[in-house]
Design a protein around this ligand. Structure first.
Ligand SMILES: Cc1ncc(COP(=O)(O)O)c(C=O)c1O
Length: 423
């Protein structure tokens, strides 16, 4: 029966007397009419305030993990608000550089960086490369011996901590493709090799235990697991990675970026770690900043079974439900706080039975074909994980602020679908 929990909406979300939603001073139903659906609407003030929170909490050097959501405008915004940017591929590096982010403010990640990606990183002079494997070290050796400048590096250590999150989102367990294991001795070997190498300057360690981690205590656990190792080498920097969880549905709550930083810093002090501690949040900065707007096209009721509500997007703009079984809320922005007594399955338009947006959504009784339906907390890993499956064109992205909407990514066209097609 419950109404949408208002705290799942972006910071500047507001309602008129009838419960009609505006974000950044823009009426979202008007945005849907003007820009069409599906549509990502990002609250610019929310993005900026969360970047500032991260910088206040961790200090300069804290990086925004661009994999959560990246376009030129977002790269610029994070940089303007004082964050460094974490890029994990040549493509992310290219977009960040094209947005004008200075290379020394970039942190290059990736568990299988190619020689071409490393060449790009070395030639442009990224601030940090986070080294993930011995093969990568070999590649850096070869490139630097061949004349490219030696990078400043962190070693990615796998602390062997099992954070309670989806299996696919765990990255710090022993059985992982990421980083050098602590228990196996690989991390020790990597640090010793990097310390003595003339092809790189080692300044610190990095660990990332996973994503969508709600319990700040898991980060403290990772710090405790790393502490003897960190203290043995006395390197100046330690990045605890990203991964702070975000509430998506009713009943969930998450620690703030500030609270997360306090737990991490306390654990570091407690363990005698003197390194400068930093982090690289993605989801916690952008997830709640956005809502996705869809138009309802079909309502199919199977008596005694369920009702399917089909919208004009789906797994191509939000693959998280398919990938991780992630939950979302849904609501009608024309009556944002209306009771939602009806249970339905919200599905997309793709040719897959698994193309589900919300498995068991609470929606208002009077939902009808033609309604604009919204899902909140879609700012992270939706737009960036989107696809052209079924040759569906990807939605535009709006930044809204002070009553103005700025289209920062335009909608794809059918011609875009043919741009790389050589016939
Ligand atoms: C190395 C690294 N840093 C940061 C992040 C960002 O994580 P999140 O968006 O959960 O904060 C990730 C995501 O998986 C990652 O792999």
């Amino acid at each position: 029966m419950s109404a949408l929990p208002f705290h799942l909406l972006p910071d500047t979300a507001d309602l008129d007397a009838a419960g009609r939603l505006s974000i950044g001073g823009c009426d979202v139903l008007d945005l849907a009419t003007e820009y069409g659906t599906p549509l990502f609407v990002y609250d610019e003030a929310h993005l900026r305030s969360h970047c500032r929170q991260a910088v206040e909490a961790f200090g300069p050097g804290v990086a925004y993990a661009t994999k959560a959501f990246l376009c030129g405008a977002m790269a610029k915004l994070a940089h303007e608000e004082g964050m460094d940017l974490d890029v994990a591929t040549g493509g992310e590096l290219h977009v960040a550089l094209a947005a004008g982010v200075p290379p020394d403010r970039l942190v290059m990640h990736g568990n299988n960086k190619s020689s071409a990606e490393l060449t790009m990183a070395l030639e442009t002079g990224v601030g940090r490369i986070v080294v993930d494997s011995f093969d990568e070290m070999d590649r850096i050796d070869r490139l630097v011996t061949g004349g490219l400048p030696a990078p400043t590096v962190l070693i990615r250590v796998n602390p062997g901590v099992e954070a309670h999150t989806h299996e696919y989102l765990q990255t710090g367990v022993v059985d992982s493709k990421f980083g050098f294991g602590l228990a196996s001795g690989a991390a020790q070997e990597a640090v010793e090799r990097a310390m003595h190498a003339e092809t790189m300057e080692l300044v610190g360690l990095h660990a990332h235990i996973g994503s969508q981690v709600f319990v700040a205590g898991f980060f403290a656990q990772a710090v405790r697991a790393l502490a003897p190792f960190v203290n043995a080498f006395r390197l100046p920097e330690l990045s605890i990675g990203g991964g702070l969880g975000v509430a998506y549905v009713e009943g969930e709550t998450n620690p703030s970026i500030r609270e997360w930083a306090e737990v991490v810093k306390f654990a570091c002090n407690d363990a005698g770690i003197t390194a400068k501690v930093t982090a690289e949040p993605g989801r916690a900065v952008v997830a709640r900043a956005a809502v996705t707007l869809y138009r309802v096209g079909t309502v199919k009721t199977l008596p005694g079974v369920r009702t399917y509500v089909a919208v004009d997007g789906g797994m191509s703009d939000n693959p998280r439900p398919v990938l991780y079984g992630s939950g979302y809320e849904a609501f009608l922005p024309r009556a944002t706080t209306a009771d939602r007594p009806k249970r339905v399955r919200i599905v997309g338009k793709h040719c897959e039975s698994g193309d589900v947006i919300v498995h068991d959504a609470a929606v208002p009784e009077d939902l009808v074909v033609g309604d604009i339906l919204a899902t909140p907390v879609t700012g992270a890993y939706g737009h960036t994980m989107g696809s052209n499956y079924n040759m569906v064109v990807r939605p535009p992205v709006l930044f809204v602020s002070g009553g103005e909407a700025r289209e920062v990514v335009r909608r794809e066209t059918y011609d875009d679908l043919l741009r790389r097609d050589l016939g």
